[in-house]
Design a protein around this ligand. Structure first.
Ligand SMILES: [Ca+2]
Ligand SMILES: [Ca+2]
Ligand SMILES: [Ca+2]
Ligand SMILES: [Ca+2]
Length: 342
């Protein structure tokens, strides 16, 4: 289950948007993408699109027209060799339009002004079977409002036979402008910037293999942004200082695959934290205090955590943490879980 928070339906409050994948063996409902709205003390699930296998979701102004949209990757139940990236716009009902169809599962998506033209783009990264012929794994889409078409640009070709597992857009290096950052299974971090064309600004290896999960933001409440990377049993931070990337390991007692990382003010003390979800059912928070990282255990749900988001989703002040869980049997409560510091 993938989770994003934003005002997806443009009603003035933010909601969690969730994509659900019950798996191929389940006949019940296949996959759904939900929009949950907070009314009173209940979250009401409503369908954005039912009957598809849901992948990563994002919320933002994807097309640079009025209002926000949902971007979601999915596969159809009839043809699981076609993976689509769609935009869903709400106007009384959800209208989905196709952005792109690719031949491999989409592992991560992000919305942001990657090329610094004042308008947003949507990026995706895909699974690559190994071994493989070199293929485009990182792509970006720009909506052209006059033609009504999405312009696709291929940013990177993988030659390692490994997947690019995570993508983020933001000011990673605290130098002018945003960058597009990807993390790959072979431990590579690639940072791309646009100046008339896409070029690799930085390329380095974390020294860790496997799925990497990436977030950009002010994680330590010291000047500037950082990149936070979750891996197998490891959490680390990269900060660009004096022309070099400095790696810091954030001490963690968590185990398993660090499936998701988010940066934000999770506990509403006006400072940011890192929130981590793991494959071993752990939800932890990391706070940089007095030059040390402090770990707090928030919860231990009954299943693997697949996705974490921080934002304000109820009518009360302050942020909440929303997590998406690995799907259990349809008889289990598969709804996302919300945590609020009280
Ligand atoms: Ca742009
Ligand atoms: Ca920058
Ligand atoms: Ca910082
Ligand atoms: Ca905080």
């Amino acid at each position: 289950m993938s989770v994003a928070i934003g005002d997806a339906d443009n009603d003035g409050t933010s909601e969690p948007v969730v994509s659900v994948n019950y798996g191929f063996m389940q006949s019940v409902n296949g996959i759904m993408i939900y929009n949950l709205a907070y009314t009173g003390h209940n979250f009401i699930a409503s369908d954005v699109e039912r009957g598809v296998y849901g992948g990563p979701v994002a919320v933002g102004n994807a097309d640079n027209q009025i209002g926000n949209e949902i971007i979601a990757a999915s596969a159809s139940r009839s043809s699981i060799t076609n993976y689509t990236l769609k935009m869903y716009k709400y106007s009384g009902s959800w209208i989905g339009t196709n952005i792109s169809t690719v031949s491999h599962p989409i592992l991560s998506t992000a919305i942001g002004d990657a090329d610094n033209d004042g308008k947003n783009e949507t990026a995706l990264v895909t699974y690559v079977a190994s071994p493989v012929i070199p293929e485009n794994a990182t792509r970006i889409y720009d909506y052209n409002s006059s033609s009504g078409k999405w312009i696709e640009t291929n940013i990177s070709v993988t030659t390692c036979g490994c997947s690019v597992t995570s993508v983020a857009i933001g000011d990673a290096d605290n130098q002018p402008g945003n960058e597009l950052v990807t993390a790959s299974e072979n431990g590579a971090i690639d940072i791309y910037s646009y100046s008339g064309g896409w070029t690799t600004k930085y390329h380095f290896f974390t020294g860790t293999y496997g799925d990497l999960f990436l977030a950009i933001g002010d994680a330590d409440n010291q000047p500037g942004n950082e990149m936070i990377i979750g891996a197998s049993g490891q959490l680390f931070m990269y900060k660009y200082k004096s022309g070099a990337w400095v790696k810091t390991t954030i001490p963690s007692t968590a185990t398993g695959i660090f499936n998701s990382v988010a940066i934000g003010d999770a506990d509403n003390d006006s400072y940011n934290e890192i929130v981590l979800g793991t494959s071993n059912n752990q939800l932890k928070m990391y706070d940089y205090l007095c030059s040390q990282w402090k770990e707090t255990t928030i919860s231990g749900p009954d299943r693997s955590i697949n996705s974490v988001a921080i934002g304000s989703i109820d009518s009360e002040l302050g942020n909440e943490i929303v997590i998406g869980l690995n799907q259990g049997a349809p008889s289990l409560d598969n709804s996302p879980r919300m945590y609020k510091r009280v």
